[in-house]
Write a protein of this length. Structure first.
Length: 315
């Protein structure tokens, strides 16, 4: 298993270099000249624009600029915000706990709801509980998370007044306040995630329960509970684990709208503001951070496959 993990880590090195170059090059597609914005906007003097372009190496070839940026990135320096004069790495470190709290809570809710729902529907295909669960998951998938978020705000914050609609409280200040302020974001993301996860688990469970080893277990007198939880669920978890990993990555990188709805100063809101302001170091730093997060999560999925299926480690 250690050798398998080592091979996967070595394979990430060229991938990370490719990602870094793509992230750096994508900023060239941003419309407008950031040097003009930094120098004063439409009223900037040509001399000031030229000075800013020289200071930020905008007048150098692309590969030279990439070399400067990659050197600093490898030392943990993601640059300084052009407009706010703050270190991008420090801002990401300060805001990431907010986004991570949202994603972890939503992921926990996805598992708590999605696993029982998938097992209930998959063990009795075609039954009333299967149709009910499938209908509920279809509705959950069809509803956008931002629409669910606004609906939750209207119900629980405006009408009932039982949960706050905005703001964030750090868990070290108040664990209860932290959970209350994140309850609505957790529900908004977790319900849609649970719907998709339960659908995938349902299909995998139906296929697993039709395999020969399940019939063998039944012939040996194994209980229904043991067959479902020990034999079928383990072998039915490959595709759902992939879906769960991708959902978690989306929860970390796709919270822009929800963070604005709930006024949470996470990475998504930071990135959206940078896009509006054309703050290139922030855009590059956050994009690279999110891309590496996706890579790490995919690596974790591969390692999980290795634990669940020994044949993966040998391939």
């Amino acid at each position: 298993m250690i050798g398998y993990i080592a091979r996967r880590l070595l394979a990430l090195i060229p991938l990370l270099f490719i990602i870094s170059f793509v992230v750096f090059g994508m900023t060239l597609l941003i419309p407008g000249d950031p040097a003009v914005t930094i120098a004063g906007g439409t009223h900037a003097q040509p001399a000031d624009v030229a000075r800013v372009r020289h200071e930020l190496h905008f007048d150098r070839p692309l590969l030279v600029r990439y070399g400067y940026w990659l050197r600093d990135t490898l030392h943990g320096d993601l640059g300084v915000s052009y407009l706010h004069n703050t270190r991008v790495a420090d801002e990401i470190a300060r805001r990431f706990p907010v986004t991570l709290s949202m994603a972890l809570g939503a992921l926990a809710l996805t598992i708590l709801i999605g696993v029982p729902a998938g097992i209930i529907a998959g063990t009795k295909p075609g039954s009333l509980r299967d149709r009910t669960t499938t209908l509920g998951s279809s509705v959950g998938i069809a509803m956008p998370d931002f629409w669910v978020a606004m609906l939750l705000v209207v119900i629980f914050a405006v009408r009932l007044g039982v949960l706050p609609a905005q703001g964030y409280v750090a868990p070290e200040q108040s664990l209860t306040g932290w959970a209350r302020h994140l309850a609505l974001p957790w529900l908004a993301m977790g319900l849609a995630g649970a719907a998709a996860f339960s659908r995938q688990l349902r299909g995998s469970m139906i296929d697993a329960l039709e395999q020969d080893y399940i019939r063998t277990a039944k012939a040996k007198g194994a209980t229904r509970r043991r067959i479902v939880l020990k034999h079928a669920l383990k072998n039915a978890s490959f595709i759902p684990i992939t879906v769960l990993g991708l959902q978690f990555a989306y929860m970390l990188g796709g919270t822009v709208v929800l963070e604005n709805i709930f006024s949470l100063n996470g990475i998504g809101r930071y990135y959206f503001t940078a896009l509006v302001e054309k703050d290139i170091p922030v855009i590059q730093g956050v994009t690279l951070f999110v891309a590496i997060t996706f890579v790490v999560i995919n690596l974790a999925i591969d390692i999980a496959y290795g634990f669940l299926n020994p044949k993966v480690r040998l391939s």
